[in-house]
Write a protein that binds this ligand. Structure first.
Ligand SMILES: *Cc1c(COP(=O)(O)O)cnc(C)c1O
Length: 406
């Protein structure tokens, strides 16, 4: 007999989420093709038809990362799990790791290093600025026993892109491994994993790939595979141990954990779409929409946090104009327009908005909608002067002058 004391207080029925437009730091809008893929019949995670799909998924990810690494697959878990997986497999207690910190995610990497038993040597740069390669080289020179260099390619908390090629070149020069966070960059800006010589990379499904959250594509070089194979001390995580996971994602197909089959159909579909569009076209689309958003924001006097050459087209951090009520603007955008934009994180809370133009949220009609909603909201609130209609016009003019190249 059940008792009433465990009964929910209200009568709960099916959950119907509102149809929002997601233009913050992620998740981005899931494409209808991906949503449809998610709803297909569930298969067993060892079903031969499913394992065939897994092979396609791995090859599509190799294309996205521009790598030939055999060890390329999606981990069951959000981007944070991909991050942790890199550190926990590659660090042996006592190892020294240089972590570049120019925003929130560098800070999380430090946590990961320490929890894996390593020592983090921190190279700090200001929020809103890229990692300074000179500081990294100075640190490498001073510490010849450093094993790993870790940095975020795209720092989502600030909208900055760091020079991955130069940083990984330094790692090579001083004979250490690289771990690179590409959660926000994958699909949105160029990544050449092999050409740049990156050893370990992780990403997320919900940013420029426009899948629901919960999967983290990762890739590891042959060097990392050897390193992990040769460990005498067990990896300090059962779930994330690459050697064990390979039993499932490798050729033997033995049970490790029940893979989230439907979520993986979704990622497969998103990567098929990326492949159909072509990486270069996807990068160009993200850039074109950023330029249009920028032209519109300019008409409202809204200024960027990051200097032009280091901006991420998919994550636009801007200063909230003086006198404008941050929370009220975001509340109105959500209530009146079903539009979500990003608030500032950490040091930037209350000072910065983050407009995400990621994946399926990086579209002409969404840029125009976002500019129009923001402009109207600011005009209605009256705290700053804006000219109604100017933002969308500026964006339209940008699009007209910059047609999509074939
Ligand atoms: C979003 C993000 C993460 C974390 O991903 P989750 O899926 O939220 O765990 C890590 N790094 C960067 C740069 C991100 O933008």
């Amino acid at each position: 007999m059940t008792t009433d004391s465990y009964r929910p207080e209200k009568n709960i029925s099916t959950f119907y989420p509102p149809q929002r437009t997601l233009m913050g730091p992620g998740p981005s809008d899931t494409h209808p093709r991906v949503l449809t893929a998610l709803a297909r019949p569930t298969l067993g995670h060892l079903d031969p038809v499913f394992t065939e799909m897994m092979e396609e998924l791995k090859s599509l990810l190799r294309y996205a990362f521009q790598t030939s690494n055999l060890l390329t697959f999606p981990v069951s878990g959000p981007g944070s799990v991909g991050m942790e997986m890199c550190f926990v497999n590659m660090i042996i207690p006592g190892d020294k790791v240089i972590v570049c910190r120019n925003g929130v995610f560098g800070g999380r990497m430090i946590e990961n290093v320490e929890r894996s038993g390593g020592t983090a040597l921190i190279v700090d740069d200001k929020w809103g600025e890229p990692v300074d390669p000179q500081k990294v080289e100075d640190c490498l020179k001073k510490n010849p026993d450093v094993k790993i260099l870790a940095f975020a390619h795209a720092e989502t908390s600030t909208g900055v892109q760091s020079d991955a090629k130069t940083l990984s070149g330094l790692a090579k020069k001083y004979d250490c491994y690289t771990i690179m966070d590409t959660v926000t960059s994958l699909g949105g800006t160029p990544i050449y994993m092999d050409e740049w010589g990156i050893d370990a990379i992780y990403s997320g499904s919900q940013k420029c790939l426009s899948c629901p959250p919960g999967l983290s594509p990762v890739s590891f070089s042959e060097r990392v595979a050897d390193l992990v194979k040769k460990r005498t001390e067990k990896v300090h995580s059962w779930f994330m141990d690459i050697n064990l996971l390979l039993g499932y994602w490798g050729t033997s197909r033995t049970y490790h954990h029940t893979a989230p089959t439907n979520s993986l159909y979704g990622l497969h579909e998103a990567l098929v779409m990326l492949h159909e569009e072509g990486l270069e076209h996807s990068w160009a689309r993200h850039r074109r929409n950023y330029e249009a958003l920028k032209a519109g924001l300019k008409t409202m006097g809204v200024e960027y946090v990051v200097a032009e050459p280091y901006r991420l087209p998919q994550l636009n951090s801007v200063h909230i104009p003086a006198g404008v009520d941050d929370k009220e603007v975001r509340r109105r955008l959500l209530a009146d327009y079903n539009l979500e934009i990003g608030a500032g994180l950490g040091d930037f809370a209350g000072k910065v908005w983050r407009f995400g133009l990621m994946g399926n949220s990086s579209r002409v009609e969404k840029v125009l909608f976002c500019l129009d909603a923001l402009e109207s909201t600011l005009a209605d609130m009256g705290s700053i002067k804006v000219e109604r209609g100017a933002a969308a016009t500026a964006a339209h003019l940008h699009y007209a002058a910059n047609p999509i190249l074939a």
